[in-house]
Each structure stands twice: as structure tokens, then as C-alpha cells.
Design a protein around this ligand. Structure first.
Ligand code: SAH
Ligand code: SF4
Length: 355
């Protein structure tokens, strides 16, 4: 049996007769959050039975939820083959009263999703990478994370959310399924999440960045840069041997960027490794001429990690230098620090607790 979530609406329309049934099924699942064919009341009974024999809907089972004091929630899901993945819901703005318009302002959400079970890249600072690679997620296992999280948080279907592919795994190492997921997310009978609300984060697989660019999906790009010279980057991210900084910058320069958007460069600040003023200077130079935005991230320590969290004053000084030199820079608030929100950490802790 396959999950119906693995199918684009077009693929589904080729399977079911008449083809408008595909629109109806999409709406039931993605807009009314039904995970059982039996409840799809505008479909004839015999057809619902047929669907149930052929497909299942939800490939995820919720194992554990952790809620942080800052409102972010982390979910551990079990796949049908019993492997586990993590998804994080990050409220970016709480619901409140907007003085300007005099109306209730609805909350804004970003959902951080996984693209693989484990990861092949093996970055020295990352728990997911340390535990090795298991398998790619299918397109349906990727989209199911958002669907599930929207449903259990009663986030109305009409409410748009942002998606970041910053959970477990390297999305560009699973390009085909990720690109398919971008399209399924965007379907207007489905979750209707425009590619411009979807950010794909990569450790810098230059050739795959070019491939993604040539597919022109409209999704935004984030590069996990983390260092400004190859020597340091290689120590943090062994993938830098295959794809060095220069090759990444060249690939980014070719990437189609929406007029109003920028490429995001993530920069993980690690004490004594890459947090000096000298690094800040080199970063400004490196990104010169690119429509870039830098996101500084505090390293989130985990058991057994050899690295340390940077000092706040060093992060502030780094950010200040970038901003004063015309390089847009934000500091990622360490959301969910108390729920081990850096990806891979909940899974690790649970396995530890269960052991
Ligand atoms: N594989 C992709 C996307 C998933 S990782 C990538 O590397 O871009 C998403 C982000 O989490 C990356 O920027 C990564 O550097 C960051 N990350 C990994 N371990 C972390 C930790 N211990 N503390 C803070 N951020 C971490
Ligand atoms: Fe993989 Fe990203 Fe972790 Fe590196 S940081 S090991 S690429 S998930």
C-alpha cells in the first residue's frame, strides 16, 4: 500500500475517475484535515472503499511532544517502518490586538521539517549527522509533517504558514522528493503554501544547488555556511572537501532569486572557532555582490559535543559589524533551547531516556 500523500494532484487525477475526485480528496485531506477516507462524505461509498484498499493517508504517528517556554513545540514522529523524525512548530508572532488596525492579529507560524532519517553529511557540530544516515523521506512523509502539525494545533486551513527545510537531513541529498513536496505544498486544493514561503536549507552541495536552480521551483535558498575559510569549514563540515566555499558562492550567484527576496546564509557561531571580528570582516568580503541575508545562530550544545556556545557580546559585535557594513544580519533567537530544539536532539534524548 502507498500513502496517498505521496501523490501530486495530477498523479491522483490519473488514477481516479472522474478526475475532479482528485480535487475533492485533496480538499478533504489538506483543508479539512481528514485522515480517513470513510469520512469523505461527498464521495460514493464504493469509491471510499476502493480508496481504502489501495491507499493509506497518514504515514506518521505522534510519539512525543515537547513544549518550550517560548511557545515552540517539538514533535517526534514515528514512520511506518518505525524510524523517527522531528518537526518543530515555531510561533513567530503570538495572536494579539493590533492597535493600528484595531483588529485581532492572527498568530504567524513557521514549521521546521525533516527531509531524511539521519544525514550523510556528518557535520561535526550536528547530532543528526553524528548518528549517520538511514533513508530518504518520501514526498508524502515530508508534507505529512506540516499537515499533522497544522491539524493538532487547530491552525485553520486558510492560515498560511512558512516552511523551512531545516530539520533532520540534507534536503538537496533528497532533491527529487523535496522538489515534489514543494509542489504538493503549493497546490491550491491542498495546503496552498507558495514556494516563496518555503526555504530549503543546504550544507552547500554546489552541483545540487545548480540543479535546484535550474528546476526553478520558486523555493528560497538557505546556505549553512558557518565559516569563511576552507580550512575551518572543512573541520566543521567534511563536505567542504568536495564542495568548497568558492564553488558554493558560484552556485549561489547562478541561483534564480525573486526580486524581493535574498539568499539566506546561516552562520553557526561557535566559541573560539568562527566568532572573531576577523571572521566577520571576511564574511562581508565573501558575500559582497550577493543579495544576501545572514542569520547568526548560537551553537546549541549537546551531550558529548566538543564545541561551546559563543558569548553574547561576541555575537552582538559580529552582528553589529555586518549590519554596519551593509550586510543584513539577524540573530536567530534560540527558540526552544529548553526543549533541545536543535534538530536531532529530541530524538537523541528520547533514545537515551528509553535505553
Ligand atoms: N542539512 C541542512 C538542513 C538541516 S540542518 C543544513 O545543514 O543546512 C539545519 C540547521 O541546523 C543548519 O544550519 C545546522 O547548521 C543547524 N544546526 C545543526 N546542529 C546545531 C546545533 N547543535 N546548534 C545550532 N544549530 C545547529
Ligand atoms: Fe546534515 Fe545539516 Fe546536520 Fe550537517 S547540519 S549533518 S548537513 S543535518
Amino acid at each position: 500500500m502507498t500513502s496517498i500523500l505521496d501523490m501530486t494532484k495530477k498523479e491522483l487525477a490519473e488514477e481516479v475517475q472522474p478526475s475532479f475526485r482528485a480535487n475533492q480528496i485533496y480538499q478533504w485531506i489538506y483543508q479539512k484535515y481528514l485522515f480517513s477516507f470513510d469520512e469523505m462524505l461527498n464521495l460514493p461509498k464504493y469509491f471510499r472503499d476502493e480508496l481504502s484498499k489501495k491507499y493509506y493517508i497518514m504515514p506518521l504517528r505522534l510519539l512525543k511532544t515537547e513544549e518550550s517556554s517560548d511557545g515552540s513545540k517539538k514533535y517526534l514522529f514515528m514512520l511506518r517502518d518505525n524510524f523517527t523524525i522531528e518537526t518543530v512548530l515555531l510561533p513567530m508572532k503570538a495572536e494579539g490586538f493590533d492597535k493600528k488596525s484595531g483588529k485581532i492579529r492572527s498568530a504567524k507560524y513557521t514549521i521546521c521539517i525533516s527531509s531524511q532519517v539521519g544525514c550523510k553529511i556528518g557535520c561535526a557540530f550536528c547530532l543528526t549527522g553524528k548518528n549517520g544516515f538511514v533513508r530518504n523521506l518520501s514526498a508524502g512523509e515530508i508534507t505529512a509533517q506540516v499537515l499533522f502539525v497544522k491539524k493538532i494545533n487547530s491552525i485553520d486551513a486558510s492560515r498560511r504558514v512558512n516552511i523551512v527545510y531545516m530539520g533532520m537531513g540534507e534536503p538537496l541529498d533528497n532533491l527529487q522528493n523535496v522538489v515534489k513536496a514543494v509542489g504538493i505544498f503549493a497546490d491550491i486544493d491542498g495546503l496552498s503554501i507558495s514556494p516563496r514561503r518555503q526555504t530549503i536549507s543546504t550544507s552547500g552541495l554546489s552541483s545540487q544547488i545548480e540543479k535546484l536552480g535550474s528546476l526553478d521551483t520558486g523555493a528560497l535558498l538557505a546556505i549553512s555556511l558557518h565559516a569563511v575559510d576552507d580550512e575551518t569549514r572543512q573541520k566543521l563540515m567534511p563536505i567542504n572537501k568536495a564542495y568548497n566555499i568558492k564553488s558554493i558562492i558560484e552556485a549561489v550567484k547562478k541561483f534564480p532569486i525573486d526580486m524581493r527576496k535574498r539568499v539566506l546564509f546561516e552562520y553557526l557561531m561557535i566559541k573560539g572557532i568562527n566568532d572573531s571580528m576577523d571572521s566577520a570582516k571576511k564574511l562581508v568580503k565573501l558575500l559582497n555582490g550577493i543579495k544576501a541575508k545572514v542569520n547568526l545562530i548560537y551553537f546549541n550544545p549537546h551531550a558529548g559535543s566538543e564545541f561551546q556556545r559563543p558569548n553574547e557580546k561576541d555575537v552582538m559585535a559580529f552582528a553589529e559589524f555586518l549590519n554596519s557594513h551593509g550586510l543584513l544580519c539577524t540573530i536567530r533567537q534560540s527558540k526552544g533551547l529548553d526543549i533541545s530544539a536543535a534538530c536531532g536532539q529530541l530524538k537523541q534524548r528520547l533514545e537515551y531516556e528509553l535505553a
